[in-house]
Design a protein around this ligand. Structure first.
Ligand code: ATP
Ligand code: MG
Length: 208
């Protein structure tokens, strides 16, 4: 209508195009997630470091964090961070947890609230990833529901991020839990550690 009227407001047109692009990206994200949830493909299994995937995720989310004024602290303390599985899926799980932490952080009071902490550490037989925010936390009544499909308290939330994250973690033989802290929330994932790699002087089988 604007173009047909001959009175083109450049600013408004740019805004309209930006809105279309944003909605388009959101729609494609939803479709991608639905496909991920509905497809029952076997996971690819390779050996990779959880610390490295966290570092790659940091790069992916850097501009999103700075756009929202959130500073993310990374503490990659796991010394035995190798796991077996699909690094792309594990990255998706971490992204889901971090975006939730960003959502919880945005709109909260300033100061500590603008901080998200991502940490890896060793646990017996496994490696732990924790994503901690200082937002509003999770209401006790919702703690058991956050992993349910389509449970969302957000205006434009699908309620799919956490159920998808849980299926990814469980497909990797791991577990996930959520805690509401005095301030904010913490989500923890524990994944089984990959078996020790064989060195060059440890042949797979001895020649007979
Ligand atoms: N870090 C958090 N702090 C507080 N509440 C949270 C946090 N993470 C998740 N939740 C709660 O769990 C609900 C479900 O999260 P989930 O990621 O599955 O869906 P969503 O974020 O609402 O939508 P989307 O499908 O876009 O991820 C959220 O709507 C919110 O109520
Ligand atoms: Mg989410």
């Amino acid at each position: 209508m604007m173009l047909e009227s001959g009175r083109v407001n450049r600013e408004e047109l740019l805004q309209i195009l930006a809105d279309i692009k944003r909605d388009d990206l959101r729609a494609s994200e939803i479709i991608k997630r639905m496909r991920a949830m509905l497809s029952r493909r076997d996971i690819e299994r390779c050996r990779f470091s959880l610390n490295e995937v966290v570092e790659q995720t940091a790069t992916v989310l850097r501009s999103e964090a700075s756009r929202r004024g959130i500073s993310v602290d990374y503490e990659l303390r796991a010394r035995h961070a190798d796991i077996l599985g699909d690094p792309v899926q594990i990255q998706q799980a971490i992204i889901n947890l971090m975006l939730n932490a960003f959502d919880a952080t945005t709109g909260g009071p300033p100061q500590d609230a603008c901080r998200v902490r991502v940490e890896t550490s060793d646990t017996p037989g496994g490696v732990k990833l924790s994503v901690r925010d200082f937002g509003a936390g999770i209401a006790p009544a919702n703690l058991t529901r956050v992993f349910d499909s389509f449970f969302s308290t957000k205006r434009d939330g699908m309620g799919l991020g956490l159920p998808i994250t849980r299926s990814i973690v469980e497909a990797h033989g791991g577990m996930i839990d959520a805690t509401s802290c005095e301030v904010g929330a913490e989500f923890r994932i524990i994944l089984p550690m990959a078996p020790a790699a064989r060195g060059p002087d440890q042949p797979m089988s001895s020649a007979q």
